[in-house]
Design a protein around this ligand. Structure first.
Ligand code: C5P
Length: 280
């Protein structure tokens, strides 16, 4: 008999590159971004023996969170049963690490594993409706993502060592995008994707960039300091992830990343992380 209980980890992402190409008619921005999952995760547990959808978390959940909408929509579209889901979070919010999208993707994975009531296409299409990063976080690993971020072209896996650093202040994705003005920074994602396909870490390092950084640094100058400090601590590249405020440094080894971690104890969040590959 199928178990009524399940537990999964849902992982955070970093944007190794993020190009803003143009503002679209629908208000979103056309992006090209290389996303990459790291072993920083939220833990989701589900009890499927109940009726209806219930969601709790060890942090204040926003009303209509991505995770809640994911569970309700899966259930509404398939007519499949209830779920009592709880989230234990490690991924900081308002960080650009995809925390709330990862929770939404995790809920979809839990529901699909239990009920299997959607085709892959239906699942990915629901994911895209829930948020721009949800489809990528459903799949994980490394991909070149286009459109709002929901069109995924898988790339080869890379193993990288990171130090993730976040100041106490967060950034609202919506506010940051709405403060953006062209001209946007020179696109780098195609270059990064070509480097990954060629297995060139140095080519990837050269392309690490984020077109949202200047606007974010204007709001929070500490982001610039963190990037500088990461380079000073031995990173071979340092950039903000997504819409911030978390930054990542890429290090030559996990040991070097862990050693550098000691220099960021004044920060609200600091964690040495590695790449993580999802099994689909
Ligand atoms: O898709 P998601 O709900 O995660 O996006 C949050 C907000 O970020 C959107 O409401 C939009 O203002 C902005 N955004 C954007 N262009 C994107 C992705 C997000 O302008 N490609």
């Amino acid at each position: 008999m199928m178990s009524n209980f399940a537990r999964i980890r849902t992982y955070a992402k970093v944007n190794l590159t993020l190009d803003v190409l143009k503002k679209r008619e629908d208000g979103y921005h056309e992006l090209s971004t290389v996303m990459h999952t790291i072993d920083l995760y939220d833990e989701l547990t589900a009890d499927f023996s109940c009726e209806g959808i219930k969601l709790t978390a060890d942090f204040p959940l926003p009303e209509n969170s991505v995770a809640y909408r994911a569970a309700c929509e899966y259930s509404r579209r398939t007519g499949c049963g209830g779920a009592n889901i709880s989230i234990r979070a490690n991924i900081p919010s308002m960080a650009g690490l995809g925390g709330s999208s990862a929770d939404g993707a995790g809920v979809l994975r839990l529901m699909q594993a239990r009920y299997g009531a959607m085709t892959k296409q239906e699942l990915y299409s629901l994911a895209a409706e829930l948020g721009s990063d949800v489809p990528f976080l459903l799949r994980g690993s490394t991909a070149l993502c286009r459109g709002r971020g929901e069109i995924i072209e898988p790339l080869d896996d890379m193993r990288l060592s990171f130090l993730i650093v976040k100041p106490s202040e967060g950034i609202s994705t919506k506010e940051l995008f709405s403060s953006l003005k062209p001209p946007y920074a020179e696109p780098e994602s195609e270059k990064a994707a070509a480097a990954i396909r060629a297995g060139s870490v140095s080519g990837l390092i050269d392309a690490v960039s984020n077109a949202l950084s200047p606007a974010a640094e204007e709001k929070l100058p500490i982001i610039c300091d963190i990037k500088r400090r990461l380079m000073g601590a031995g990173a071979v590249a340092a950039e903000m992830s997504g819409s911030g405020s978390a930054c990542f440094g890429i290090f030559e080894s996990a040991d070097k990343a862990r050693l550098a971690q000691k220099q960021f104890e004044d920060m609200a969040f600091c964690r040495a992380c590695e790449s993580i590959k999802y099994a689909e």
